[in-house]
Ligand binder design. Structure first.
Ligand code: C2O
Ligand code: CU
Length: 451
């Protein structure tokens, strides 16, 4: 073989190699940009609770309780085709997600209601990883109570390092003796108090479920409060945990988990280490918000040999929406939260004396830091939620109380006032409301226009 022929062969390989590289790049690129198509079908069905002989009639997505867990990767677009098989109009809102305003799922604001038999396609561009959830935004006090809700997880491009990614959607139900759902929604009592609290608490639709882990294992646990009104204060039975994300966004600094008021709409992600000497043990997670605490779920540690606890590099959000940015912003908007006579139920819940739909909190400029005070003039709870944005808690009752994370929902206690800082980043008309569905149905909704 001459030198010449060797070169020719080399070149041939080189060309093949280039084509190979191009193909790989193409495949990677298309998978990262892939748009996945999913169907979500709100419909009537049933769910078996352990206490009753017959299943309970519920409304759910795709016949599943909770709805299917939707997963997608950052950079991709999800196409969710919602086919309404209920007898009434509905919509789907993607709680906490920053997406095109037209995809936000709010009838009367961002779209028309999806009528029975109609289909609406939501296109969700996934711009950040995190724990989100979805639920209707129409007659939500009833539709969510009957069971319509589910979790949406946006995954980072790299594989999550935890050996288990547990997702617990917390919820409560008001069930009657025969197992059916108490059919009066937004009763006078619910409206005057903290909304509709159920008598059965579930995790992923199950009553006190048990999950399994190995000694030494590191787990990511995502807790989502999907209840209509109930606040949870989860405790972990002595397990070591760090708070790594709040409302879908990584915390700015990771710190040990002590307590968190998980109000309707809130999510927290925890990094939990199972002790290496815990073989055979059961850890019971309970709720301690109400005087009489109760178990939510358990993690049972199997008898396997301990695995070595991995050391993980957990991402943080750095100094996202830094509190110092708001030092020079002096004029805060005050949103007064209080009860008011009027509205369709006679008892209304108002923001600045206005009841939805006659409410509008005005315009905010994109990119401009804003301070808002949620001033609770009532003696009830109001978990206030802003669509399409994260914000940072700066003050409680006019005292500095900067949180090391951002949120999309904050619990404002009786007579409490909470000052938040936000930087509007996305154009559109975004809803702001109390996430106690009965309060929202009774008027506690307004909009902010970001332009
Ligand atoms: Cu879960 Cu308008 O929100
Ligand atoms: Cu409220």
């Amino acid at each position: 073989m001459t030198d010449q022929s060797i070169k020719i062969i080399d070149l041939k390989y080189a060309r093949k190699f280039y084509i190979y590289i191009i193909l790989v790049l193409f495949a990677f690129n298309t998978s990262a940009m892939a748009s996945e198509r999913i169907q979500l079908i709100p419909q009537k069905g049933s769910h078996q609770f352990p206490f009753f002989d017959q299943p309970t009639p519920v409304w759910h997505y795709n016949g599943q309780m909770p709805g299917p867990m939707i997963k997608g990767k950052v950079g991709s677009t999800l196409k969710v085709e919602v086919i309404n098989r209920l007898d009434e109009p509905t919509s789907v809102h993607w709680h906490g997600m920053r997406i095109d305003n037209a995809m936000d799922g709010v009838p009367g604001v961002t779209q028309d209601p999806i009528q029975p038999g109609e289909t609406f396609i939501y296109q969700l561009k996934l711009i950040e990883a995190g724990t989100f959830w979805y639920h209707p935004h129409l007659t939500a006090g009833e539709q969510m109570e009957r069971g319509l809700k589910g979790v949406l997880i946006v995954e980072p491009l790299e594989k999550l390092p935890w050996s288990q990614d547990l997702v617990w959607l917390l919820d409560d139900w008001r069930l009657q003796k025969d197992g059916t759902i108490y059919p009066h929604f937004n009763t006078g009592h619910d409206l005057m108090h903290d909304g509709r609290w159920g008598n059965v608490v579930t995790v992923n639709g199950k009553w006190k479920p048990t999950y399994f882990a190995s000694p030494g294992e590191r787990i990511r646990l995502r807790l989502i409060n999907g209840a209509n009104a109930r606040v949870f204060l989860p405790s972990l039975d002595g397990l070591d945990a760090s708070l790594i994300a709040v409302d879908g966004k990584p915390v700015t600094t990771i710190f040990p988990f002590t307590q968190f008021y998980l109000a309707p709409g809130n999510r927290i992600d925890l990094d939990i280490t199972i002790p290496i000497d815990a073989a055979g043990k059961t850890f019971t997670f309970s709720d301690s918000f109400t005087r009489k605490g109760f178990p939510l779920a358990a993690i049972k540690v199997n008898d396997e040999k301990p695995t070595q606890t991995p050391i993980l590099n957990i991402p943080t959000a750095g100094n996202y929406i830094p509190a110092t940015l708001f030092n020079k912003v002096d004029a805060a908007k005050v949103w007064d939260l209080n009860a008011l006579r009027g509205g369709q139920y006679g008892i209304g819940w108002a923001i600045n004396q206005k009841l939805w739909p006659d409410a509008d909190a005005g315009n905010l400029k994109i990119g401009q830091p804003q301070k808002v005070v949620f001033k609770n003039s009532s003696s009830r709870l109001h978990p206030m939620h802003i669509h399409g944005a994260f914000f940072r808690v700066l003050e409680k009752n006019n005292r500095s109380a900067v949180e090391p994370f951002t949120r999309d929902t904050v619990l404002v206690g009786p007579r409490e006032s909470i000052t938040i800082g936000l930087i509007p980043e996305h154009n559109g008309i975004w809803l702001t409301h109390c996430h106690i569905q009965s309060h929202a149905d009774a008027g506690m909704i307004t909009t902010i226009t970001v332009d």
